[in-house]
Design a protein around this ligand. Structure first.
Ligand code: PMV
Length: 319
């Protein structure tokens, strides 16, 4: 029995930064994101029998380090739900630059959740798939629904993501560095919570921003969505930079993109910058402006345009 699923990354308009419960991967606040229609992850799960370990191949290479442990722990949750002790072989093709702050784990664990649930014979609702994906990586929660989605804070049952009404939007991804980041988001979140004096203010302000963002999305107010997006990203980076020892994900080339985007706005082209846990910058714009924004950013890094992506879904179930 082999089940194959595809999922896409998402970029947060209101960021998730900090857990309320690390074991259950419950976030301290809600968050809002737009799913991309580029950089899909395609993952197959095949049950292999009761003996030995799970096997994981990523982009044609056998994985036997911490990434395998993370996949095995995730599959343990699926086995628990399914009442199975069968081992699995996972084969994944991830077109996101892995670990570069472009949410490779989001599409990765969303695709794995959909494929593994099917392979183990679980019939999960979209809500329960989103809750399951959450246990693999927080941002994967939001790669289960398509379009613009909100991931609710709350307890294990209540913390899932779902699509919300929003105007048509596009993003331009500016990849400055596609190497792995030095400090992963788990460790960086832990350090931020433990040492950044700005963290409590991040939590209270982001809780308000989620509601403001949902209202702006429902109203189709692109300008307000963009302003909140750029502000929330800078607040997240300020909070992280406030950790001790400090963590700085944005480099001078990232900041140059923020400056270029501000210059575009001054010229009447409405675009807004955001960045996750890495130096790459993603620029939010109206769909009709994406080619102009992309050409204005050519030269700052590798530039890729994206529309709004689909929900994670099963491609095939065979055997
Ligand atoms: O999914 P994680 O645990 O790698 O966290 C990702 C956090 C950010 O990408 C920086 C923000 C977000 O909301 O996606």
């Amino acid at each position: 029995m082999t089940s194959t699923a595809v999922a896409h990354p998402n970029i947060a308009l209101v960021k998730y930064w900090g857990k309320a419960d690390a074991d259950l991967a419950l976030p301290a606040t809600g968050s809002v994101s737009m799913g991309l229609d580029v950089f899909p992850t395609t993952t197959s799960v095949t049950l292999t029998g009761q003996q030995g370990h799970d096997a994981f191949t990523l982009n044609g290479r056998v994985v036997d380090d911490g990434a395998l442990v993370r996949v095995e722990r995730f599959l343990d949750l699926v086995r628990e739900l399914a009442g199975s002790d069968a081992r699995a072989e996972v084969v994944s093709d991830n077109t996101v630059p892995t670990g570069a702050g472009l949410a490779s784990s989001a599409s990765g664990f969303a695709a794995l959740a959909v494929a593994a649930a099917d392979a183990y014979g679980l019939d999960l609702s979209a809500r329960d798939l989103s809750r399951l994906a959450r246990r693999g990586s927080g941002s994967a929660t939001r790669s289960i629904p398509g379009g613009v989605s909100v991931w609710h804070a709350g307890d294990d049952q209540a913390s899932f993501a779902e699509t919300v009404p929003a105007p048509p939007m596009a993003m331009v991804v500016v990849t400055i560095d596609d190497g792995p980041k030095e400090i992963g988001s788990r460790e960086a979140m832990r350090r931020t919570i433990a040492t950044s004096p700005f963290y409590p203010a991040w939590v209270t302000s982001t809780t308000v921003t989620v509601d403001d963002m949902l209202a702006a999305c429902a109203a189709g107010d692109f300008t307000r969505i963009g302003e909140l997006t750029e502000s929330n990203a800078l607040r997240m980076h300020a909070t992280i930079e406030g950790a001790f020892p400090p963590i700085r994900y944005l480099n001078s080339r990232s900041v140059a993109v923020f400056d270029a985007v501000a210059a575009m706005r001054a010229d009447g082209l409405e675009a807004y910058a955001t960045a996750d846990a890495g130096p790459n910058v993603v620029v939010l714009c109206r769909p009709e402006d994406r080619a102009r924004v992309a050409s204005a950013l050519d030269g700052y890094g590798a530039v890729i345009e994206s529309g709004t992506g689909p929900a994670a879904h099963l491609l095939r179930s065979e055997g």
